[in-house]
Design a binder for this molecule. Structure first.
Ligand code: PAF
Length: 269
């Protein structure tokens, strides 16, 4: 992979990279499309990264439909797939991690301690191998974008990050590889997340933040089968509590629907 990409760079080709864990859905394919449009060569990685899972059962059951994924990548015009085995990405018992500061401990970091350390570890390795000009991440994991952005800043990595909008099903459910675990009933109940986010955005200007947040929390906690982990309205750069004067504001939610953990968010401004 490194040799091949070195040759492309010598030819002056630009590269756009989309890191994924597979089980590709239209959200991923929209990232590939942007990578193709913005660069000479589009590269996708499929690697279910063990170090970012905080629950062994979750890692075990993570979907791995590689033949389907390859077909989708071909259909989307992706040029290169990087699909390394775990023992090529990690030596036995690797113990290091990066420390990018408080961003990795807030929100998701509280509920999935160590998760973003696993993410920065693998994205750091991927960026070192691929050395992309641009890397494309979905807004659905908004905090991940901030975490990777921080890593790139702190380590002066020569890559431009592009955050691409959330792709949604027609009824509003954010697309996710985990949605296949939702039963028909879970699927209906899960809609409360995007509904609560939309209501928050629509009513933001005319209400106190605490009031809208409380309303959204009530909506979600009253939905059967849904266990709310957090619903926060925060500064879109720091993830600290927002007030009405904050310039960039984002509402973020995480909840368990049946046995599946879902996240979603909306940029308010
Ligand atoms: O968002 C994901 O799918 C993963 O966290 C990533 C960025 C591919 C790292 O494993």
């Amino acid at each position: 992979m490194q040799q091949y990409l070195k040759e492309l760079r010598i030819l002056g080709k630009t590269t756009g990279f989309v890191p994924t864990m597979g089980a590709l859905h239209p959200g991923h394919l929209s990232l590939i499309k942007q990578a193709r449009e913005g660069n000479d060569v589009a590269i996708c990685s499929i690697f279910v990264n063990p170090t970012q899972f905080t629950d062994a059962a979750d890692l075990e059951k993570y979907p791995r439909p590689i033949a389907d994924d390859i077909q989708k990548l071909e259909g989307a015009g992706c040029d290169i797939l990087f699909n390394p085995p775990v023992n090529q990405m990690y030596a036995d018992n690797e113990q290091w991690h990066l420390n990018i500061g408080e961003l990795e401990y807030l929100l998701e970091g509280k509920f999935r301690p160590g998760h973003y350390q696993g993410v920065t570890q693998v994205v750091y390795k991927m960026f070192n191998i691929i050395m992309p000009d641009r890397a494309y991440f979905g807004q659905k994991d908004y905090q991940q974008v901030l975490v990777v952005r921080k890593m790139v800043e702190l380590l002066n990595m020569p890559v431009t990050l592009v955050m691409c909008p959330i792709e949604r099903e027609p009824d509003g459910l954010a697309m996710s590889s985990r949605n296949i675990h939702l039963s028909a009933d879970d699927r209906k109940h899960a809609l409360v997340l995007s509904k609560a986010l939309n209501i928050t955005k629509e009513n933001f200007d005319s209400n106190y933040i605490e009031k809208i947040q409380e309303y959204a929390i009530q909506m979600i906690t009253h939905e059967p089968g849904v266990q709310l982990e957090y619903f926060e309205i925060v500064d879109g750069n720091t993830l600290h509590e927002a007030d009405k004067d904050t310039q960039n504001i984002v509402a973020l939610v995480a909840a368990r629907v049946g046995n599946t953990r879902l996240i979603d968010n909306v940029i308010i401004r």
